[in-house]
Write a protein that binds this ligand. Structure first.
Ligand code: FES
Length: 131
């Protein structure tokens, strides 16, 4: 099997940082309006850094695997760095080519995260175009 596909499936089957936090500083859940899949992020913030993170949700393999990968990308990171994460960064982290029909699956986690943390609306890469 393709090594990257295996990587995605592993994150889907054994999601990292899965669950909820007891006293999160931020807890935010949103869905993909196109399919109804949802992702929630719980975050602990200290000194402008994400010191702990959990995600939960339900949805397709790519959306859940991408959220799991994203938790590993942001843990311990400065909020300013996280804000700069782009659509391209997320797609690159997935490592597999994602076709146009699955782009929103791949970006759902990043969308929910940015909406919860910074109030950014819209899909990554299109935030400025929506309110
Ligand atoms: Fe819903 Fe992938 S099918 S996020």
């Amino acid at each position: 099997m393709d090594i990257y596909l295996e990587y995605i499936l592993d994150h889907y089957k054994n999601p990292r940082n899965y669950g909820t936090l007891e006293n999160p500083d931020i807890s935010h859940e949103e869905g993909n309006p196109y399919c109804g899949d949802v992702i929630r992020f719980d975050l602990k913030i200290e000194d402008n850094k994400i010191v702990d993170v959990r995600f939960s949700g339900k949805g397709c393999t790519i959306s859940q695997a991408a959220a799991s990968i994203l938790t590993e990308m942001i843990k311990g990171k400065d909020l300013d760095e996280v804000k700069k994460l782009t659509k391209e960064d997320m797609l690159e982290a997935l490592g597999i080519p994602v076709g146009p029909t699955r782009i929103k699956c791949a970006l759902l986690g990043l969308k929910v995260l940015k909406s919860g943390l910074y109030g950014l609306k819209g899909w990554p890469g299109e935030e400025e175009e929506e309110e």
